[in-house]
Design a protein around this ligand. Structure first.
Ligand code: CAO
Length: 437
C-alpha cells in the first residue's frame, strides 16, 4: 500500500514569499528522506528544503520563480504506507531547511561539515551524469568559496547530485594528498600544503585528562578560521591612537545620561571611526571574487563577540547612517543575542569589515584573522595611560593599541599604514568625523 503525501514548505524562520530558485527533483524520481527537493533563496540565505519522507515524486506544485512561505504546497510524494496518516502528515512538515548564510567567520547557521569518510585520492573523476554537474546553488557557492572545481568531485547524492559533504571530502582528500582542490597534482606542482598529519597522542599517558566535545560554534568557526588563515596572505600592522580626549568625552556623556541608561561604548566610536577609514580607503571595503575586486558602497561593520560557546561575528548594518548611540545600543543588543545563542543568519551576514575588541579585557597587541570574504580586520586591545613626549615634557596620555590585519592580495603595506594613521587622527580628535561629507 502507498500513500500520497502533500509536501509543504517547513518552518523557514522569519522568511516569507521566498523565491524557489531550483527544483532538485522531477516527477518519477525516487528519493530518500532528507534528500534536497528544492532550493529557496532569500536575500540573506540559500536553503535546501529536504524531503520529509522517502518515496517517489508524483507531482510538482511549485516551479522556479514561485514565491513560497511556510505551509506552501510544493509537491506530492508517494510513500510506502508505514505509519499513520497523522505521522506522515507531520513528517511532511517536520525538518526545517538548513540555511546557508552568506559566509561569515562564525556563522552558526551553516551546518558543520559532518565527519568525512576516509579521504580518497582526488584523482580526476568523471562527472556523475555524463559530464553535467548536478549541485544545488548552496553547494555550488560552497565549492566556489573553497575554489573547488565541481567537475572533479565525486557525487554521492541521489541522481548523481554533489552534496556539501562531497566537497568537504574532496577538499580533505586534496589536502592530505598535497594537491590543490579541483586541480590534479600535476597541474599545480608545489602548490599543495603538504601538511604532516595531525599528531595523535595518548595524553592520558602523561597525566589525568578530561575530553570535551567542541561546541557547534567552535567547530564551524574553527573550520572558517583555518581556511582564512591558510588561504589569505595576512599581514598585521600595529599603531596607537591617543584617545585621552575621546575617553574623557565618552565618560562625560555617560555621566550625563547616567539616569536614562543610554551608554556610549568605545566599540561604537571604533565602528564609526572604521567607517570613516573605509570611506577614505575603499580597497578595505571590498571582497575578492576571482580576478575581480568587489567594492562595496555600503558600510556593514561586524564585531567579534565572545560567547560561552565560542566566537560569533554579528553585523551592524549601515553603520555610516547610524549615530553613536544607535550603534552602541545595537551592538549591546547583538552581543546579548549572541550570548543567548539567538543570532540568526541575517544578524551575521553581509559584513564589510570586522572590529575585534579585547580592550575590556587586556593585552597589548594581537594578530586577528581576517573574516573572509572581507579583506581586513581591526583588533583593539586595552588602552593604557603612558608617558608621551609633547615636545617639552612627558605627559600622561591614554593610548589605545590598534592591530590591523589585511589581505596582501588586495591591500599593501603603505595603504594599511595610511588606514591606521587615519584611524589614529579620527580617534585622536573625533570632531574630524563631522567634517566628512
Ligand atoms: N581599553 C580599555 N578599556 C576598555 C576598552 C579599551 N580598548 N574597551 C572597553 N574597555 C572597558 C571600558 O571601561 C568598559 O567599561 P565602561 O564602558 O563601563 O567604562 C569595559 O571595558 C567594558 O566594555 P564594554 O561593555 O563596552 O564592552 P566592549 O565594548 O569592550 O566589548 C564586546 C563588547 C561584544 C566586543 C565584548 O563583550 C567581546 O565579546 N569581546 C571579545 C571579542 C573577541 O573575542 N575578540 C577576539 C576574537 S579573535 O580575533
Amino acid at each position: 500500500m502507498t500513500r500520497l503525501i502533500d509536501v509543504t514548505v517547513p518552518d523557514i524562520g522569519d522568511y516569507k514569499d521566498v523565491p524557489v530558485i531550483e527544483l532538485l527533483v522531477q516527477p518519477g524520481d525516487h528519493i530518500a528522506a532528507d534528500d534536497p527537493i528544492l532550493t529557496l533563496e532569500s536575500d540573506k540565505a540559500t536553503m535546501d528544503v529536504p524531503a520529509p519522507v522517502a518515496g517517489i515524486v508524483r507531482e510538482l506544485l511549485a516551479k522556479v520563480g514561485d514565491r513560497v512561505s511556510q505551509g506552501s504546497l510544493v509537491m506530492k510524494i508517494e510513500t510506502a504506507e508505514g505509519g499513520t496518516a497523522a505521522a506522515a502528515a507531520e513528517a511532511a512538515q517536520a525538518a526545517p531547511p538548513a540555511p546557508v548564510a552568506v559566509p561569515v567567520a562564525a556563522a552558526p547557521a551553516a551546518p558543520p561539515p559532518p565527519p568525512a569518510a576516509e579521504p580518497s585520492a582526488p584523482a580526476a573523476l568523471p562527472p556523475a551524469l555524463g559530464g553535467k554537474v548536478h549541485a544545488s546553488p548552496s553547494v555550488r557557492g560552497y565549492a566556489r568559496e573553497l575554489g573547488v572545481d565541481l567537475a572533479q568531485v565525486r557525487a554521492s547524492g541521489s541522481k548523481g547530485r554533489i552534496t556539501r559533504e562531497d566537497i568537504t571530502t574532496h577538499v580533505k582528500a586534496a589536502m592530505s594528498s598535497g594537491s590543490v582542490p579541483g586541480k590534479t597534482p600535476a597541474a599545480a606542482p608545489g602548490n599543495g600544503l603538504d601538511l604532516l598529519p595531525w599528531p595523535k597522542i595518548d595524553f592520558a599517558k602523561f597525566g589525568p585528562i578530561e575530553t570535551q566535545p567542541l561546541s557547534r560554534i567552535k567547530k564551524i568557526s574553527g573550520a572558517n578560521l583555518s581556511r582564512n588563515a591558510v588561504v589569505i596572505p595576512h599581514v598585521t600592522n600595529f599603531d596607537e591612537a591617543d584617545i585621552t580626549d575621546l575617553e574623557a568625552f565618552r565618560v562625560a556623556l555617560n555621566k550625563e545620561h547616567d539616569k536614562s541608561g543610554r551608554k556610549l561604548t568605545m566599540l561604537a566610536f571604533l565602528i564609526k571611526a572604521c567607517v570613516s577609514a573605509l570611506r577614505k580607503f575603499p580597497e578595505f571595503n571590498a571582497s575578492l571574487d576571482g580576478d575581480n575586486l568587489v567594492l562595496k558602497k555600503y558600510f556593514h561593520i561586524a564585531f567579534a563577540a565572545d560567547t560561552p560557546n565560542g566566537l560569533v561575528v554579528p553585523v551592524i548594518r549601515d553603520a555610516d547612517r547610524k549615530g553613536l548611540y544607535e550603534i552602541a545600543a545595537e551592538a549591546a543588543e547583538l552581543a546579548k543575542k549572541a550570548r543567548d545563542g539567538k543570532l540568526g543568519p541575517a544578524d551575521m551576514s553581509g559584513g564589510c569589515f570586522t572590529v575585534s575588541s579585547l580592550g575590556g579585557i587586556g593585552g597589548t597587541a594581537f594578530t586577528p584573522i581576517i573574516n573572509a570574504p572581507e579583506v581586513a580586520i581591526l583588533g583593539v586591545t586595552k588602552a593604557q595611560t603612558k608617558p608621551v613626549w609633547d615636545g617639552q615634557q612627558f605627559v600622561p596620555r591614554l593610548i589605545l593599541p590598534l592591530c590591523l590585519s589585511w589581505d596582501h592580495r588586495v591591500v599593501d603595506g603603505v595603504l594599511a599604514a595610511r588606514f591606521l594613521v587615519h584611524l589614529q587622527s579620527v580617534l585622536g580628535d573625533f570632531r574630524r568625523i563631522s567634517l566628512e561629507g
